[in-house]
Design a protein around this ligand. Sequence first.
Ligand code: GLU
Length: 577
Amino acid sequence: MLPRACRLVLACSGLLALGVAPADAREGSRLPVAAEGRTGVVATESPAASRVARDVLAQGGNAIDAAAAAVFAISVARPQSCGIGGGGFLVYRSASGATRTLDFREAAPAAYTPQTLDPPGLHKTFTGHLPVGVPGTVAGMDAALQRYGTRSLAATIAPAERLARRGFRIPTSLVGAMRQNAARLRLFPAAAAQFLKDGQPYAPGETLVQPELAASLRRLMRGGPAALYGGAIGRRIVADMRAARPTNDPGLLTLADLEAYSARWLAPVTGTYRGRDVVTMGPPTSGGVAIVEMLNLLERFDLRKAGQSSADAIHLVAEAQRIAWADRNAYLADPAFVPQPTAFLTSKAYADARAGEIQLERTTAHAPGRLPAAAGARASGEETNPNGSTTQVSVVDARGAAVSLTCTNEQEFGSAVVAPGTGILLNNELTDFSAAGTANEPRAGKRPRSSMSPTILVEDGRPILLTGGAGGSRIIMGALETIINRVDFGLTLAQAVDAERFDSQGTSTLEIEDARVDPAALASLQARGWTLSRLGEYGVRPRIQLAGIEPRTGRTAGVSDARSDRAALVPRAVARR
Ligand code: GLU
């Protein structure tokens, strides 16, 4: 579809040929099409995984069944982003409105200390055995299925096992990741054998077969999570941690660490935004707290009147980010180790106290809020790796139950380690810890702070927007902006994910997809003290997946971000594309 401005102005055709929307266009040249139906929807950035989840929905499976099946399929078909060697977070809302969140984040081995990652070594390049945390995905999906699913773990893994055994056509995105990570993958023979062909990246459309991963998936189908958390798969991983061949960078993960792991059910972080309920994920991710804090601040301003893509609206949102980022960087970490000021930071009273700091004329630096008690008030430290990988799964089922789930290996292709004989790519999540002495310092058993932001927005008792995405610390603003686009600017799901993104990372430099923003608005932002980092029409991250029930029609809709592979699907019988 043409950007709205171009449907009226034929002279835009030259710009479109260059893939650039004009500065006054609201819709970009890659505006996605929403998948709509009445029996559920799934949005991921893996076509193979979305097909698996769609089939689960079509066969009467619920949102948890479909999301878990999608995650296992992503482990096979989008291995660079997320897998059974990684972890993540899940936000669940039942059809009747019960909410719960699940933390299946990776944990540090018992031998970890605040200084473990200090000495030089391969881990400084986000690679190798040392930054591997206890994988959480299998425990997480098992816990989710046990509590809310209708399918067995084995049945949920089965489609992924078939994909690994029979192979799938390699999408361009995976080829790109293979190319970018070929040198890292070549360090580890089992990884090179699995993801490279004679040491070189595959070509798009070739078939990737992963027999050792298929065998591990069959072990999990037969033996359950115990096959990993102490069983045959776990023993192979631990043996590789010790041998660390050929890189000689031993990891600290032991069988006892695997046996001790469990996913954690947590109460969600909640808030309201202009009459809608926000249900999101709390620490150890910083995403949900930052989102609710920013929404509370922004509720005090009339963004709709300011106008979509206006200098005032962009400035106010970015300014709210600078306040929330100060708090995020100072306080947020694993709640099992550091008392978290979640209730304080997400309260309306806190927003009342701080909204007055926002000046419309000028961007300013903001200090972290003063907590009522000093407990836990230690700096969390800066980002060590703001880009990374990750992926989002958004599912609504026929009854209206909703799952917003984000999972990751941390870096694209994680640590690049595949333990021989397992086919399982291991995470490098522990690089998300910060320096010793900070709230987010490494500790035995601790889970590092994340930016993942799976969130559900509820209106009149219905989940109207499931959001979340990939892209390291840029995930948070990507998710926030889709909420604002939907609520304040009244955009459709497709428009909400397509609209321009911006992110200050808490500084006075504003990364902005500038091609659709009026030059006068950009100049006004500069006049307010922002240094612009211009990204053109579409940046490469964050990559967001949306789903929800359309309030007016009651139909489910899903849409995938055009900044990545698009795979929003509804069960076939009701598809309308
Ligand atoms: N490790 C990151 C986090 O938990 C996600 C990976 C990424 O996209 O950077 O926030």
